[in-house]
Design a protein around this ligand. Structure first.
Ligand SMILES: Cc1ncc(COP(=O)(O)O)c(C=O)c1O
Length: 404
């Protein structure tokens, strides 16, 4: 008789996992207050208040609230002085918005491979990609796992480059005790619906340097400079990338819960690492020891088919889902193979035919992921994830017959 649920056996669980977003009456109250104030946009107090609070939360001096994470990246690149034809070094294991923001600045994305068995840009390969056109390095703290900021800052300093951190998935993540987004020249976050801190849409650029802050501020606000600007620009320019009071009000309310939620996800992530590390065929990808807290936008591991008795990742995942565990994977194609890159939409003449990043190619085929709402689950729920993986591992012979 079959044991595995995929073959008709009893599943480990039938109940769902926590859903996202979470709800709280305080969020509703925030909306009501804004509605009654009649200040729904420019001139309101919530946008500057949230900018200040979130910058402080991540350890940066200044914040500029914008309408999306993509806008945050675009504004950061422009404020960094990235001009048409300049090169920006980034990782091919990311969401397309990272790359689209570079294209929007009419710059050229240069892809550098991820580190072995990691989902993060490999600093040891960055220097070889620097040319006289390189203006910035754009690491992505994917799923809230911080990239190696020490090594990247060292490279940027030696080559006079700007660092734009893509923290769209990394709210609450810390590198050596201080929040990501406060290490580079710019830290860019998204508040889109799925993110750990969300308001439907939205973003923020975090900055430490006053002059860069003033430049980015004008860029997001139709060229208007700060009332107390110290560094006047001859001809300030910009578009309207502003956030509304609705978003800032909701974010202020939800920010009060982010610390506890991040610690909770982090605890579950560590627990999963401990257990998955005991299962042959599942390779854990723990945080860098210098990353004192994960943003935990997702849980990541690597599936080793050979070690798992030749079962494919897809078969394993189908078996997990049959057991009631919503495990999946994220990116399956390195960004340099995205077809939109060849379409010359932004006037860049791009050709990535010769680009090969073997480590990213590998993790696109072997990566495993759980999303952040799953990391909000109870201890019993997390135990079920482990139970399901162990059950599949113990009964792998059944899967072999299932696939043959
Ligand atoms: C890695 C990464 N960068 C940038 C973005 C862009 O953020 P937004 O969707 O708010 O524009 C996202 C959003 O999904 C992302 O995951």
């Amino acid at each position: 008789m079959a044991t595995l649920a995929i073959n008709g056996g009893e599943p480990v669980r039938t109940a769902g996992f926590p859903t996202w977003p979470t709800f709280d009456p305080a969020d509703l109250e925030a909306f009501e207050t804004i509605y009654e104030s009649g200040q729904w946009g420019v001139g309101g107090t919530r946008v500057p208040e949230f900018a200040q609070q979130f910058a402080k939360f991540q350890g940066a001096n200044y914040g500029i609230c914008v309408n999306s994470g993509t806008s945050a990246l675009y504004i950061a690149l422009k404020a960094a002085g990235v001009c048409p034809g300049d090169e920006v070094i980034t990782t091919p294991y990311t969401f397309q918005a990272t790359v689209v923001a570079i294209l929007m600045a009419h710059a050229v994305p240069v892809f550098v491979d991820t580190a072995t068995d990691s989902f993060l840009l490999d600093p040891s390969k960055v220097e070889a990609a620097i040319t006289e056109k390189t203006k910035a390095i754009l690491p992505v703290h994917i799923a809230g796992y911080p990239a190696d900021m020490d090594a990247l800052i060292d490279i940027a300093n030696r080559h006079n480059l700007k660092i734009v951190e893509d923290c769209a998935q990394a709210h609450g993540a810390e590198w050596r005790g201080r929040g990501v987004g406060s290490w580079g020249h710019f830290g860019c976050f998204s508040f889109q619906s799925s993110k750990n801190l969300c308001a439907g849409e939205g973003g923020i650029v975090l900055i430490n340097d006053r002059e860069l802050y003033e430049r980015a501020y004008a860029l997001h606000n139709c060229g208007r400079t700060l009332p107390d600007a110290e560094f006047g620009e001859a001809e300030p320019f910009g578009g309207n990338f502003r956030m509304t009071e609705w978003q800032a009000g909701l974010l202020l309310s939800r920010l009060t819960r982010l610390e506890a939620e991040t610690n909770y996800r982090h605890k579950n992530m560590r627990w999963l690492d401990g257990w998955f590390g005991e299962i042959p065929g599942i390779k854990v990808t723990p945080l860098d020891p210098r990353a004192t807290r994960g943003g935990c936008h997702g849980y990541k591991a690597i599936f080793d088919s050979e070690e798992f008795e030749g079962i494919s990742r897809e078969t394993f995942l189908r078996a997990m889902r049959a057991e009631g565990i919503p495990m999946g994977y994220w990116y399956t194609t390195p960004m340099y193979r995205a077809t939109f890159l060849a379409s010359n939409l932004f006037g860049q003449d791009l050709n990535y035919d010769g680009v090969q990043c073997p480590e990213t190619e590998k993790i696109c085929q072997t990566g495993l992921s759980l999303s952040q709402n799953v990391l909000m689950a109870s201890e019993e729920d997390i135990e079920d994830i482990i139970k399901a993986a162990i059950k599949i591992r113990r009964n792998v012979a059944e899967l072999k017959s299932e696939t043959s």
